[in-house]
Design a binder for this molecule. Sequence first.
Ligand code: HEC
Length: 434
Amino acid sequence: MASRGNFSISLAVAVAAVLTGPLHAQSITPQDAAALPSMRTTIPMEENPAIGYFELPTTDRVATLIDQIDKGMVDFGAEGPSGFLKGLLAALDVSVESQVLVFSKTSMQRQFIDAKTPRALFFGDDIVVAYIPEAPLIEIAVQDPRQGMVFYTLDQESRRLPLIERRSECAGCHISSASMSVPGALNRSVATREDGTAMPMIANSVVDHRTPAAERWGGHYVTGIAGGDHIGNRALANNSDATEMRPLGAPEQAVDLSGYISAKSEAAALLVLDHQVNMMNLITRIGWDARVGDDYVRQQKIPGGVRDTLIKSDAREFVDYLLFVDEAALPGKVSPSTFADEFAKRGPRDKKGRSLYDLDLSTRLMRYPCSYLIYSAAFDGLPAPAKEAVYARLWDVLAGKDRDRKYSRLSARDRKAIAEILKDTKPGLPAYFK
Ligand code: HEC
């Protein structure tokens, strides 16, 4: 994992670049400008009292579930070879169809992961559940409306009650440059041996929807895609440094499926997760920057423009990602999937029956390229200045006010459809969305 130090330097450079732009040059002194990056780096953000990541209570869905289990309102037990998994997914309303299989030893319980016993991830809009049959723990990462990803484990060895606990040690890896220095979801593609050993010197990327197909899905099984220009379903021979990866075969042949509840690792689900992980982290980051920045300008009695500049710079990156402006070409021909059908049912529809949950999967991921995470509790929970900055920037792009060439990817039809869907389905949308 890259250190937070590296991140701080790149942030300082980015912020300095924004601050020297013509818009903000008059109102902010060089000292103020220098203070801005330091406000995020003198104390790690999670320890900043304005955030209180480890101290303040959360209202995420797993915290609620623990409370309900304690009160006897929800109860599920261990059943068959997969133990608590089915009960947990049902209690959290996470679909079995969302399963993706990862066989790289790139996470905490690495000793239990290899090509025969991959890690199964299941996800919903605010949550990822990671399961390995013989491992002691099921790992859960859930997005709190204010605090970013919060981490929990379920003890698979307990045979009576589901014992779910919040864990602070997960932050050691899950707050990193790969998660923009906020507690986040992580998603990597790494060349992997059959025994699960990651070989990052051969192929290694932090993945989101901008990642070129040829770099995707190293260390992952992929089903529901024909042909394709990706490195999923392949492994290096054990004890070899050769760069040649050979096909592993479908999970039905390659995986010991006895402890699993599905043999799928659908390309459609992987593509959605690839998008989602970075979107979640962008939401957390802009919210934290707004809170830390606000606290800082008040304490230091410096112009609020310092905070607003940071939020505006976050909002530009946020909206580019929200609108899939730099989406990479799809890695192959994606088959229709039960995951895609279920996914399309998750969200609201406008008067014409359109939804941001409709997948395209022929030329791009989304039929209407605007992230469904705009409906998330984490988005709704953003401090008002952050939300306003995102909406203002979103409208600038949708209305064609920013003429940068990269936005020409969004056709007039796309822009109109997105604005109309949002108007019908997104409570609290500013009146200027016409
Ligand atoms: C040693 C570093 C490390 C630690 C400690 C760690 N993780 Fe992770 N975790 C990772 C990495 C790296 C990934 C991404 C792996 C990939 O995509 O190949 C990941 C992925 C995950 C995922 C799936 C994707 C996501 O980020 O949502 C979950 C869920 C998860 N971890 C939960 C946890 C929980 C809960 C803990 C603490 C009990 C924890 N992790 C501790 C490194 C770690």
